[in-house]
Design a protein around this ligand. Structure first.
Ligand SMILES: [Zn+2]
Length: 104
């Protein structure tokens, strides 16, 4: 199995980039990472949402793993919030460039 670096760190502000299949969060919801765990096939994060069961299941291979008190979610459901801010400022920058071109 390839070694990979956790996509987030504990305490990081993240934003949901998709709706959760069971409605635990919606795209655009913001969270703070409370834990990050390497499960069998991917990284899972907890974001302060209380678990409704005491076991989680890997979406890819079906392996069962124990939950403590918080639900775990696939890290692919989230993006760092700071990158979203950077993206917005890049867009603003581009718009300013367009204004400049337009003025000439
Ligand atoms: Zn798996």
């Amino acid at each position: 199995m390839a070694i990979c670096i956790p996509p987030f760190y504990i305490g990081q502000e993240i934003i949901a980039i998709k709706n959760h299949s069971q409605g635990f969060f919606k795209k655009g919801d913001e969270f703070i990472v409370t834990g990050i765990i390497k499960t069998c096939c991917s990284f899972s994060v907890s974001v302060g949402i209380t678990a409704t069961t005491d076991e989680g299941q890997c979406m890819r291979c079906g392996a069962i793993y124990k939950l403590n008190s918080e639900s775990l979610f696939n890290s692919h459901c989230f993006a760092p919030k700071i990158e979203t801010d950077n993206f917005i400022s890049m867009k603003e920058f581009t718009l300013k460039q367009l204004e400049y071109i337009g003025a000439n």
